[in-house]
Design a binder for this molecule. Structure first.
Ligand SMILES: NC(=O)c1ccc[n+]([C@@H]2O[C@H](COP(=O)([O-])OP(=O)(O)OC[C@H]3O[C@@H](n4cnc5c(N)ncnc54)[C@H](O)[C@@H]3O)[C@@H](O)[C@H]2O)c1
Length: 464
C-alpha cells in the first residue's frame, strides 16, 4: 500500500513538473514571439532612427548611424539644419568626408519627418541654471515631443548627461500614458556620450560605449544597435542608473583632480616652486596620475558635478569634496587676475593705465566652443581691477561671442602694444608659432603669462 502511495505521489510530482515545464515553454514561446516582433524593428530595411539635438554629441552620432541605418537628425535650430544640409558643421566635429560617407542620414527641423521613427536617441543639452541647479527644459521638451509620436515597440535612448535616476524619474513618466507602459509598449535605455570635442584621437567610434536598458530585451537591442557602429565595442551596464552615474562621475573625477592640482599650484606659487616641474618629477612614479592646472569651463566638467550634487542633496547628503573642488575651480579666474596685478605692481605700474591681451576665448584648446568658457570670468575679473582688456581668438566666431556674451573680440592684436599678455587657451595655432608669437604683442617691458605652461619655464613670467 505504502509503495502504491509512493508511486502515485511520484506520479503526481512528475505530472506537476511536466505541467510547469509545458506552461513555461508556452510562456517562453509567447515571449520569444513578442521579442521577435519587437526585434524586427532592428533591421536595415525598416528601422528608422531619430536623433534629437544636432550638437557636438548628436551630429557625429547621426552621421555614424547614417552609414548603416536610416537616420534623421532633428534639431529645433533651423539655421543649424540649413548648415548641415549643406555639409557644414560649425562645431568642426564632422568632416566633409564623414558627411559624404553617411548616405542614409537626413537633417530636419520639422517634427513631421521623425513621426515614423522606431528608435529615438536624445542628445539635447543639459545645462545648469544661474544657481547651479539642473536645467531640464531641453530634455523635458524633447521627451514631450517623443511622447506625442511614440508608438508600440519603439525604443527611446538618452545620451544627454544627467544625474542618476533622471531617466526613470523624469523622462519615463513623460513617455508613459494610461495604456502605454514601459517594457510593455515601449522600451528605454541610457547610453552616455563620452566624446571630447576637438580631440582627433578619441572619436565616437573609438570610445567604448556604455549601454543600459529598461529590461534585457531593450539592453540587447541597444547593445546591437551601438555595436553596429562603435569599433571599440560596448559595455553593458547593470542598470540605467548605473550608466547615468558612471557618466557623471567620469567628469566629476576629472573636475576634482584638476581642482587638486589648481590648489597645489596656488600653494607652490607661494613657495616659489614651479608646479609644472613638480608634476614632471612626480609623474615619473608609475601610479601618479598627471593632471594640469587651468581654468575649468565648458558644459561638461564644470557642469556635470552639479547634477550629481543636486541629486545627492535631494537624497539628504551635501557633498563636501565635490562642491569644494567646484568652488576652487570657479575661483581660478580671480586668482589669475590677482597674479597679473601683483606682477604689474612689482614693475611699479598702475594697473588702471595698463592694457592686457587675453589669447584664447574658447572653453578649451582647439575647438570653437565658447559655452561656459571661464575666459569670460577672467575678462570680468581683469575689468573689475580696472585694466583695459582685449580678447583674441581666431577659432571663435566674433558675432557668436557678441551674441552670447555681449563682448567684441578683436580680429588681430597690435604688436608691441600690451602691458600684459595672458595665453589662456593654448590652441595649436598659437603654440606652433612658438612663444615669440604671443610675446610679440607685449610691449618691451610687458608681462607674459603662459597659463597652462606650454612653453619652457624661462619663456614666460608666470604659469599655473
Ligand atoms: N559636448 C560634449 O563634449 C559632450 C560630451 C559628452 C556628453 N555631452 C552631453 O551631451 C548632451 C548634448 O551636449 P552637446 O554638447 O551636444 O550640446 P549642443 O548644445 O552642442 O547641442 C545640442 C543641440 O540640441 C538642440 N536642441 C535643444 N533643445 C532641443 C529640443 N527640445 N529638440 C531638439 N533639439 C534641441 C540645440 O539646438 C543644439 O543644436 C549634454 O547633455 C551634454 O552634457 C556633451
Amino acid at each position: 500500500m505504502q509503495n502504491f502511495q509512493g508511486i502515485f505521489k511520484n506520479f503526481d510530482h512528475i505530472f506537476s513538473q511536466k505541467v510547469i515545464l509545458i506552461t513555461s515553454f508556452i510562456i517562453s514561446l509567447y515571449n520569444a514571439k513578442e521579442q521577435v516582433i519587437h526585434m524586427s524593428i532592428l533591421n536595415f530595411q525598416s528601422t528608422k532612427i531619430a536623433v534629437i539635438g544636432m550638437g557636438y554629441v548628436g551630429l557625429p552620432l547621426a552621421v555614424a548611424l547614417g552609414e548603416k541605418w536610416r537616420t534623421v537628425g532633428f534639431d529645433i535650430n533651423g539655421r543649424r539644419i540649413k548648415d548641415l544640409n549643406s555639409n557644414i558643421d560649425s562645431t568642426g566635429e564632422v568632416s566633409e568626408l564623414d558627411f559624404n560617407n553617411s548616405k542614409l542620414v537626413q537633417f530636419t527641423d520639422d517634427a513631421k519627418d521623425i513621426l515614423d521613427s522606431n528608435i529615438y536617441i536624445v542628445t539635447v543639452p543639459t545645462p545648469i541654471t544661474k544657481n547651479n541647479l539642473p536645467n531640464l527644459n531641453a530634455i523635458k521638451s524633447a521627451t514631450k515631443l517623443i511622447s506625442s509620436i511614440i508608438s508600440d515597440g519603439d525604443v527611446v535612448i538618452y545620451e544627454s548627461t544627467v544625474y542618476p535616476g533622471l531617466t526613470e524619474e523624469i523622462c519615463i513618466p513623460i513617455l508613459e500614458k494610461e495604456n502605454f507602459k514601459l517594457n510593455k509598449n515601449f522600451f528605454c535605455g541610457y547610453s552616455p556620450e563620452r566624446i571630447n570635442p576637438g580631440d582627433k584621437t578619441h572619436k565616437l567610434k573609438d570610445i567604448v560605449k556604455v549601454v543600459s536598458g529598461s529590461n534585457e530585451y531593450a539592453l540587447d537591442l541597444i547593445d546591437r544597435l551601438y555595436s553596429s557602429i562603435i569599433d571599440a565595442g560596448v559595455y553593458r551596464a547593470q542598470s540605467i542608473k548605473v550608466a547615468e552615474a558612471a557618466k557623471v562621475i567620469e567628469n566629476t573625477q576629472r573636475d576634482l583632480n584638476i581642482a587638486l592640482i589648481n590648489e597645489l599650484s596656488i600653494i607652490f606659487n607661494k613657495l616659489d616652486i614651479d608646479t609644472q616641474s613638480v608634476l614632471d618629477a612626480a609623474s615619473t612614479k608609475w601610479n601618479f596620475n598627471r593632471f594640469n592646472p587651468g581654468l575649468v569651463g565648458g558644459h561638461c566638467i564644470g557642469v556635470d558635478p552639479y547634477y550629481l550634487t543636486y541629486k545627492s542633496k535631494k537624497a539628504g547628503y551635501t557633498p563636501k569634496i565635490i562642491l569644494g573642488g567646484r568652488k576652487l575651480n570657479n575661483e581660478m579666474p580671480a586668482y589669475v587676475a590677482d597674479q597679473l596685478i601683483e606682477s604689474l605692481v612689482e614693475q611699479k605700474k598702475d594697473p588702471r593705465h595698463c592694457k592686457v591681451l587675453i589669447m584664447g576665448f574658447t572653453f578649451k584648446e582647439n575647438c570653437p566652443d565658447i559655452r561656459n568658457t571661464k575666459v569670460i570670468n577672467l575678462h570680468e575679473e581683469l575689468l573689475k581691477r580696472k585694466l583695459g582688456v582685449d580678447i583674441f581668438d581666431p577659432n571663435v566666431n566674433i558675432s557668436e561671442a557678441k551674441n552670447q556674451y555681449g563682448i567684441s573680440l578683436i580680429a588681430e592684436p597690435q604688436k608691441n602694444c600690451y602691458h600684459g599678455v595672458i595665453l589662456a587657451v593654448p590652441h595649436d595655432d598659437f603654440i606652433n608659432q612658438g612663444p615669440g608669437y604671443s610675446q610679440s604683442f607685449c610691449r618691451n617691458d610687458g608681462i607674459f603669462f603662459d597659463l597652462k605652461g606650454r612653453f619652457k619655464i624661462e619663456e614666460s613670467d608666470f604659469r599655473l
